[in-house]
Write a protein that binds this ligand. Sequence first.
Ligand code: FAD
Length: 353
Amino acid sequence: MENRYDVVVIGGGQSGLAVGYYLRRTGLSYVILDNQAEPGGSWLHAWKSLRLFSPAQWSSLPGMIMTGGSDYYPSREVTLEYLKLYETKYNLVVKRPVTVGQVVRESDEYKVDTSDGTYFCRALVSATGSFMNPYMPEIDGRALFTGQVLHSSQYFAPEQFAGKRVAVVGEGNSGAQILAEVSRVTGALWITQKEPRFLPDHVDGRFLFDAATQVYEAQKQGKQYKPPSLGDIVMVDSVKEARGRKVLKSVRPFDRFTEDSLVWADGHEEKIDVVIFCTGFKNSLSHLRGLNVINAEGKVDTTGTRANLMDGLWLVGYGNWTGFASATLIGVGRTAKATVDEIKAFLGVALAQ
Ligand code: FAD
């Protein structure tokens, strides 16, 4: 069978599914290719206790409200169940596990090389997120260190660290939440670039989304609006509990590793068994390398989600550079809809020629 489609979507996480939701009503042939064994995208690899920042009612993809209302913050399991049900309910065409290697442009088609053979399409949507591309800073002496080094993307639960001396690096939400739970089972040192900034207790993802919406609406009207900067870390229950134990104290970054320690510029040393880097992610775009569209910042220049330098290519999810709040469940619907509207117009024009 020839794998020829109007549209191929790479990535079957929340962004790929939102695009599928709008594609299914167009009459265009499409397939979503995802390298995971099951539905859920990066949520499959989230740590065990992770909960959404926003209540269920504010955490939904287009068409299907996540149940739980305005006071329930969905768990990892509930989010996974929701994404699985979403695929089934809308009968989305997803193939798994299929890993996309390289994409090349051949005349007016894309040739998509995958672990399941070659696919061809006129329009390509990349929705691969960033989870596959964790970022860890390079620090002197790393090769000497005999302890365990991991990224937050490899962290699942604190129990395995009981009795070990753990350093958690990073002042974002991942760092705060992992520090909070690891410090319940063992001595943990929190290392941050600067003093962490905690949001007031009542501020959750819903509040942040509303503030970001005001910025977006102001920009659309050509106005400037800068919401007050309240902090970075959402006070989820585990972080509040850690505050009660007075463990939310941090030190500044170390200079180098030795065989069994971290060493600071002033010569101070700490013996450490495990370092967990909660230092974020970069966009997973290596499959687009052959198209020469990746810029110096590791992004693709786009107008909305549409690539500026390559016909027939869209990027959905990733972050604000592909559209307001597009890396969230509630935000991606808008950019997914705009993407599919543009694809319809693009293929309509192309087919008529
Ligand atoms: P992903 O979920 O990463 O899906 C991309 C899919 O593409 C994956 O299945 C991946 O394996 C696959 N893929 C990648 N490369 C290839 C390839 N070459 N071939 C085939 N398949 C490929 N968001 C919210 O909305 N609410 C929250 O409360 C929230 N809390 C968060 C808390 C933390 C600590 C973190 C880290 C993130 C949180 N997020 C939250 C953000 C959210 O998890 C991600 O932004 C979201 O999963 C991105 O969805 P996506 O579909 O774009 O990418």
